[in-house]
Design a protein around this ligand. Structure first.
Ligand SMILES: Cc1cc2nc3c(=O)[nH]c(=O)nc-3n(C[C@H](O)[C@H](O)[C@H](O)COP(=O)(O)O)c2cc1C
Length: 342
């Protein structure tokens, strides 16, 4: 039904309008949730446990789809084990001028340069905490955090600290996003000394809060770019180990334009099918570096170009313990999850 009826209808709208339409509709249509659950929720999925979190299956919604946490009930009903909300910044911000999201239909891809449009940490906290009581007890909420556009790279760490503190009680895990191509300078946080400062500060804060509250430290993931070379990947990995980060999400969108059928001169990050090979290469690269070390930590989360069960299997073969999906959901619809998990 999605591909025959709903997708053609949605594709009549601009990509961003269609996106907002779906999120607005489902933030109000709570009565449809049981029907969606019945139709789409996968059965008999393999679980995955990390620290104190048990993921009920290996697939989650990747960051950027639900930046403000307004449709959590939908992601739970479709059957994802987790949804990553955000990227959230300390203060609300508009993002880049529109149009800023483009469909490359022939390639089953998207280009976006949204630029972290979101309603800010306080309001996202409210959205998540108010919805939690309606969610399944085993549904995991990740919060992906970043910096405001107007914050300089020198002061970026402070923005991550603010988000971490403000959203601590709403998040089951945090992802530090240092890899979006649409916030100027953000990717320089992948450089050795900057990354070390960021991870060191976040984990000190994490330890301090957990000691104070007498709870386990919060699980923290780092989301990396597909546009890094082997040397940078090694330096990222060393930092992850040094600061005891729990997982690496590989990857965000690419600024490259690998083998596109569509003609597009739009700037921004490319996602979907054409990203798959590149993100798998980075995943495998990190997996090989990991295996050359202790081979145990961090866990790897594969993201980029999942449209089928085979795509998911490829990520697992490249070393992923979990996967995340965005663009595949736009083109394949909500039954994608059932197809890849059952
Ligand atoms: C429109 C759009 C917005 C995105 N926004 C974010 C974001 O705010 N933070 C982030 O970490 N990743 C963001 N991403 C990247 C996705 O989470 C994902 O890493 C990437 O799209 C690759 O997965 P896919 O091929 O399944 O889409 C965005 C992707 C798209 C298409």
């Amino acid at each position: 039904m999605y591909k025959i009826l709903i997708r053609p209808l949605l594709f009549l709208f601009s990509p961003e309008s269609a996106h907002n339409l779906v999120l607005n509709f489902f933030s109000k249509a709570g009565f449809l949730i049981p029907v969606i659950k019945f139709l789409y929720s996968p059965e008999n999925s393999e679980k995955f446990t990390l620290n104190n979190l048990t993921f009920r299956n290996k697939a989650g919604l990747s960051a950027g789809f639900d930046k403000n946490g307004t449709a959590l009930r939908l992601w739970d009903a479709i059957g994802f084990s987790h949804a990553e909300i955000g990227t959230v910044t300390p203060l609300p911000q508009q993002g880049n001028p529109k149009p800023r999201l483009f469909r490359l239909t022939k390639d089953k891809a998207l280009i976006n340069r949204l630029g972290f449009n979101n309603i800010g940490a306080d309001q996202v906290f409210k959205n998540i905490t108010e919805t939690k009581k309606h969610l399944s007890s085993d549904f995991i909420i990740g919060v992906n955090i970043g910096k405001n556009k107007d914050t300089s790279i020198e002061n970026a760490v402070n923005d991550y600290i603010i988000c971490f503190e403000k959203l601590y009680d709403a998040a089951d895990y945090f992802t530090l996003n240092i890899s979006s191509p649409n916030t100027e300078g953000l990717r320089t946080l992948q450089e050795d000394h900057r990354l070390s400062e960021l991870l060191g500060n976040i984990q000190s804060l994490n330890r301090m809060i957990s000691d104070k509250k007498k709870v386990n430290m919060k699980t923290v993931f780092l989301k990396i770019s597909p546009d890094i070379d082997k040397l940078s990947a090694e330096s990222v990995y060393e930092n992850v180990i040094r600061h005891n980060i729990d997982g690496i999400i590989a990857t965000n969108t690419t600024i490259g334009r690998p083998d596109l059928k569509s003609i597009s001169v739009e700037q921004g990050g490319l996602s979907g099918k054409p990203l798959k090979q590149l993100s798998n290469e980075i995943l495998k690269l990190i997996y090989d570096i990991k295996n050359a070390g202790n081979g145990f930590k961090p866990v790897l989360i594969g993201c980029g170009g999942i449209f089928s069960k085979d795509d998911m299997t490829d990520k697992i073969k490249c070393g992923a313990s979990l996967v995340q999906i965005y663009t595949g959901l736009i083109y394949e619809g909500p039954s994608l999850l059932k197809k890849i998990l059952n």
